[in-house]
Design a protein around this ligand. Structure first.
Ligand code: NAP
Length: 293
């Protein structure tokens, strides 16, 4: 048997990272180490009982990530590139590293200018200009279980309310990606040379409008939900007032603006290289609803 590949995974205590870990554990001949900030959190997630190693550190601490990457073959960095850690990570990678996977976001294509957009663009550039055998994966909105902080909230709201507020026309396209499809792709890409020095946009099978998302969830919940359309400019005004009044608003002006942009992306590159065939939205949301009950 060949020597097992040593994998370092960051972000495993988060939503996507926990699925990537499951996927890695299904692979033969890998030795997995998790880079975690909080060992207690990792323990609560049951990670101390798994056949893996834990390395305590954080991406602000250059020495800890350098140490964790010592003698590793593959880095899978799920932690966000939006906090400016990319230069530290690139620098920490040993010359012997075979592959470095970085998760970015299709959010970099927004016409808006959130603070993190330039940081992420600079991060991608730094990775692409490095000597690493990198793969950058840009997912759209990730969903699939209670931990997703997006579809799970829509599902819970639709369960509770007799109507659903839609900010604007609801006709703009979305193409959310199911977390299991994304995790499978991340692991496939990390174990293949096909993805060397490539960048992939990763989205669901087809783009659908926000109205269709609400209707599909209603259908799966077997509950008729009336869509209450609030005109776009009024939505912005209301969100602005709400944001001024509350410290932790549940919806922000920027989110309403993002909902009113098309967010559809080609997944051809992922299809060509890895036969990437994600679930359609209806099948995936059905699985999420089942997992929530
Ligand atoms: N969620 C989405 O819809 C979405 C869409 C597009 C792209 N993305 C990208 O996909 C990736 C995963 O997103 P997610 O929503 O699954 O993330 P998440 O649930 O917020 O988890 C983030 C993970 O990164 C770890 N982390 C954060 N800062 C760190 C640091 N300074 N040092 C070490 N570890 C750190 C967190 O550790 P702790 O547990 O200690 O906090 C956690 O394990 C991110 O890169 C995100 O930008 C997400």
């Amino acid at each position: 048997m060949t020597k097992p590949l040593q994998v370092l995974l960051t972000g495993a205590t988060g939503f996507t990272g926990s699925y990537v870990l499951k996927e890695l554990l299904n692979q033969p001949n890998l030795k997995v180490t998790l880079f975690v900030r909080d060992l207690q959190k990792a323990d609560k997630l049951g990670y101390t009982k798994l056949p893996i190693k834990l390395h305590k550190g954080c991406l602000e601490d250059t020495a800890s990530i350098k140490q964790a990457l010592y003698q590793k073959d593959i880095l899978i960095n799920i932690a966000s590139l939006g906090f400016g850690h990319a230069p530290v990570l690139i620098d920490a990678c040993p010359d012997t590293l075979k592959k470095a996977i970085f998760i970015s976001t299709t959010g970099i294509f927004t016409k808006l200018n959130p603070d993190s957009k330039q940081i992420r663009l600079d991060a991608e550039k730094a990775i692409q200009n490095s000597a690493l055998n990198f793969t950058i994966i840009r997912p759209t909105m990730i969903f699939g279980s209670a931990g997703d902080r997006n579809m799970s909230r829509l599902i819970q709201l639709q369960k509770k309310l007799p109507f659903f507020p839609v900010f604007g026309s609801g006709n703009f396209l979305q193409q959310p990606i199911y977390v299991e499809d994304l995790s499978r792709f991340i692991v496939q890409a990390s174990l293949s040379e096909k993805s060397n020095r490539k960048t992939y946009n990763l989205a669901g099978l087809k783009a659908i409008s926000f109205n269709d998302i609400i209707d599909t969830i209603s259908k799966q919940l077997k509950k008729n939900v009336f869509k209450l359309h609030i005109p776009y400019s009024l939505s912005l005004l209301l969100a602005y007032i709400y944001e001024c009044l509350f410290k932790a608003p549940k919806i922000k002006v920027e989110q309403i603006k993002r909902l009113n942009e098309h967010k559809n992306f080609s997944i051809e590159a992922a299809k060509n290289d890895f036969n990437f065939t994600p679930l359609d939205f209806e099948s995936a949301i059905k699985k999420e609803i089942e997992s929530l009950t």
